[in-house]
Write a protein that binds this ligand. Structure first.
Ligand SMILES: [Cu+2]
Length: 193
């Protein structure tokens, strides 16, 4: 009587062991369904920051462009005579190459008529001689002469006039009064650097 019972128990226990062994394999697929992504909320908070920076950049660049234009301008040179002597009051003038130059010549003499001319180096006497031939109607200056870089008109005592020109390439030039006879004592160097 006891043997069949033991066999039954042994069979039942064997079936239960198989059931437990098979059940352990089914537990893995249930565990993989758990991961949930909680990161979707955080990125939305970073977007409003970039809107502040772009508005400040254009405001600072606009005033900088107008500043250099105010400092740029022609080179201003003033020159006079030594009273009634046939001399300028300055022996040497200078300006940078390529600069716009405005020479203001004030004739403070009480009796003499003068002009002021910038000419190529070594040509002051030859230009004055040709100016004498051109006559006072041409301000004692040769007309359309490449040796003459800039010049004023003839001015009487107490008058002033301006010569406007572009400074030529670097070198030493001459300035002179071409009123007949004045060129021998009334001249100086004009240095372009
Ligand atoms: Cu003169």
């Amino acid at each position: 009587m006891r043997k069949p019972l033991l066999i039954l128990i042994a069979i039942l226990s064997a079936v239960m062991l198989l059931a437990v062994a098979c059940g352990s394999d089914e537990a893995d697929p249930n565990a993989t369904a758990t991961p949930a992504p909680p990161n979707t909320v955080a990125p939305a908070e970073r977007t409003p920051e970039p809107t502040v920076a772009p508005t400040a950049v254009p405001a600072t660049t606009a005033p900088a462009t107008s500043a250099p234009a105010a400092t740029a301008g022609p080179v201003q040179i003033d020159i006079d005579v030594n009273g009634d002597a046939l001399q300028f009051n300055i022996n040497s003038l200078s300006a940078p190459a390529g600069a716009e130059v405005v020479v203001t010549f004030n004739n403070s003499s009480s009796v003499n008529t003068h002009n002021w001319a910038l000419v190529q180096a070594g040509t002051k006497d030859a230009v004055a001689a040709d100016g004498t031939a051109a006559g006072p109607a041409n301000n004692w200056l040769p007309v359309n002469d490449s040796r003459v870089i800039g010049s004023t008109v003839l001015i009487g005592p107490g008058e002033s006039a301006q010569a406007t020109f572009t400074a030529p390439s670097a070198g030493t030039y001459q300035f002179v009064c071409t009123f007949p006879g004045h060129n021998f004592t009334m001249f100086g160097d004009f240095i372009v650097n």
